[in-house]
Design a protein around this ligand. Structure first.
Ligand SMILES: [Zn+2]
Length: 295
């Protein structure tokens, strides 16, 4: 018992939140073709790595099926067992807005730590925008009624979403913002929290990929602007899960062991820009997480 406490105390000191992630086995790239047993094994492996590195992960469940799959990990074992370092958001992801009615899953909304990721996306999916918009509006209402914070997916629809959340009464976190600066400033004025995406350190620091493309340069400029502008107490980093990290690095597959490395690189970069040590930054983000959740 003593040993375990020691271990846990140690991890308390160095832990850092991964503010937005998807368990690898639930993503198309990593989960395709796996049996339930294999998916569970891959999930367990990833969670073990995350726990060992003191990562507190906010997993995003974008469908009822993902939410149901993740329940097993939330309170593993019986009674005595401590909750893992896991938080769960639930929301109908804009990519699935034509498949599920939010009001059919009120129980899940009631139990989740935040409502999300919700929003709209006109870049990576073909779901008609009016359908996405209806689903988003319904979920904003559900979150407001249940007094839950929200996590936003805004790809290509930043401006409209910025208008739609005006007056939303609970905390808002914009995940992996990649729109233009002007709209970013609007979200900032609304007092939103932000996550910087897992591509931040690569885009801003690593000169290895010369010549840098126009897109990379723009990404780096946006991140530098964001890091300057986001108050220390509203800043987070995220991986969006290992498949998103692989995508951002332009490769098809990365081992889950890369997760702590990528998170560490981005933590260091953010800390540097904010003139903090890595540990101070990690503690600050942990504090931010508690404030975001109002706990
Ligand atoms: Zn996501």
């Amino acid at each position: 018992m003593e040993k375990r406490k020691e271990y846990e105390d140690h991890h308390r000191k160095v832990c850092v939140p991964d503010m937005h992630a998807h368990l690898s086995c639930l993503t198309e790239e990593y989960g395709k073709g796996l049996s339930m047993e294999q998916a569970r094994a891959l999930g367990e492996k990833e969670l073990e790595i995350r726990t060992r590195h003191g990562i507190i992960t906010f997993f995003s469940c974008g469908t009822p099926g993902e939410w149901e799959f993740m329940q097993k990990y939330r309170f593993p074992g019986s009674g005595e067992e401590k909750e893992r370092d896991i938080l769960l958001s639930f929301g109908i992801h804009p990519w699935h807005a034509d498949q599920y009615q939010p009001e059919d899953f009120i129980e899940y909304f009631r139990k989740c730590d935040a409502v999300g990721e919700i929003g709209m996306d006109s870049v990576w999916c073909d779901v008609p925008l009016p359908v996405q918009r209806r689903s988003f509006e319904q979920q904003l209402q559900i979150a407001a009624d249940l007094h839950k914070p929200i996590v936003l997916h805004t790809k290509g629809q930043e401006e409209l979403i910025g208008e739609m959340i005006r007056g939303f009464p609970e905390n808002i976190c914009v995940h992996w913002y990649s729109g233009d600066r002007k709209v970013f400033d609007k979200f900032l004025d609304l007092g939103c929290y932000f996550t910087c995406g897992p591509d931040m350190a690569d885009a801003c620091v690593k000169p290895g990929m010369e010549p840098r493309s126009h897109v990379q340069q723009e990404t780096a400029e946006l991140y530098r602007h964001m890091l300057k502008a986001i108050p220390l107490d509203h800043l987070f980093i995220e991986t969006d899960g290992i498949s998103a990290v692989a995508w951002a690095k332009g490769t098809e597959y990365l081992e889950p062991e890369e997760i702590p490395l990528v998170l560490g690189e981005n933590l260091e970069y953010a800390a540097n820009q904010k003139e903090q040590s890595g540990e101070e930054m990690a503690n600050q983000m942990l504090h931010n997480l508690h404030c975001f959740l109002k706990r």
